[in-house]
Design a protein around this ligand. Structure first.
Ligand code: HSE
Length: 324
């Protein structure tokens, strides 16, 4: 009898210990949220400051935990160029907007100044994570302007064309009246050269005005691209990516742009343009041609003596909360 009670006592103690550890882990888990937010490509040629797509890769991973004041740790691609001061970092501004102080860890998969919505990916991930952590109850579309304010800290202006797809996924049309989303399935190749183009510089070269003939052409291309997204049709999407207003002015900032564009078309691309403010060059194509297009773009940059990396990607989902 005494043997039994002696063996039961430590077992009960062990059970209490494990329950307490489990509860502590549960409390810790409830105070930590991890979100993956994708790279994005804005403009798509004819949709300057309006169109954007979420890319299936690369992506940023952001983890937030409650704290009395906001602190930031940055690791990953280009981390050395990203300030950890909450006043200067895009996620610090998001935490302020949501009144949600936190320790925020950012693992960068999207290189800054790439034209792939690097700051938007971090801002979108932080907005979704902090909204969840603090039960703020914002919908995904309500989080778009919150994340855009964060992005403005680095780009100087609040644009929704990157944060909208980073939060909502798919192809997005962001206007002053809100965001319209189309779930599209189109293969893409994003070729990122080892060149830095800042958004501020790329905005300075945008022409002040345009001719009516170019306006008509742009409306036609934007409508064609939107129809292509509805139909998951790489031909129409590629055709609609043509732009004769902003892209030629910005192409001068990207060493080898014309050669890379031509090489991509020769390899089967249906459309080629600058991703966001550059320097990434983005091509639409069929699944069949995607690999050949990527190799052709890399080779063309290489011929110009420019190192580059290629992402075989496609239109993908928006920010995703990890179930730990
Ligand atoms: N639409 C913007 C631009 C993207 O091309 O300047 C960067 O926010």
């Amino acid at each position: 009898m005494s043997e039994v009670s002696n063996s039961r006592f430590p077992a009960t103690g062990l059970l209490r210990y494990h329950s307490a550890t489990f509860l502590l882990a549960l409390m810790e888990w409830r105070h930590m949220v991890t979100v993956r937010a994708p790279a994005t490509s804005a403009n798509l040629g004819s949709g300057f400051d309006v169109f954007g797509v979420a890319l299936s890769r690369p992506a940023d991973i952001v983890r937030v935990s409650k704290a009395d004041r906001t602190t930031i740790d940055v690791t990953g691609a280009g981390a050395q160029y990203i300030p950890e001061d909450p006043e200067k970092n895009t996620v610090g501004a998001v935490a302020k907007e949501l009144d949600a102080p936190a320790h925020i860890e950012i693992d960068k998969g999207v290189r800054p100044a790439s034209g792939l919505g690097s700051s938007a990916a971090s801002a979108a991930a932080a907005a979704v994570a902090l909204n969840d952590l603090y039960d703020r109850g914002y919908t995904r579309s309500e989080l778009v302007p919150v994340a855009a304010e964060g992005e403005a800290v680095v780009s100087g202006d609040a644009h929704d064309d990157n944060v909208a797809p980073a939060i909502m996924g798919g192809f997005t049309i962001a206007t002053d009246d809100g965001v319209t989303k189309i779930d599209a399935e189109v293969p893409l190749v994003a070729c990122l050269p080892d060149i830095v183009v800042s958004t501020r510089d790329a905005r300075r070269v945008v022409p002040d005005g345009t001719r009516v003939s170019q306006l008509v052409e742009t409306v036609g291309n934007a409508a064609t691209l939107t129809a292509g997204m509805h139909r998951d049709d790489p031909e129409l999407v590629g055709q609609g990516m043509y732009d004769s207003v902003v892209t030629p002015a910005r192409a001068k900032l990207i060493d080898g742009y014309d050669t890379v564009r031509e090489a991509a078309f020769d390899a089967g691309a249906t459309g080629v343009t600058i991703s966001g403010a550059g320097p990434t060059v983005i091509a639409a194509c069929t699944d069949h041609d995607r690999r050949a297009v990527g190799i052709a773009m890399l080779d063309a940059f290489d011929d110009r003596g420019v190192d580059a990396q290629v992402y075989q990607t496609r239109i993908g989902r928006g920010a995703t909360v990890f179930e730990d």
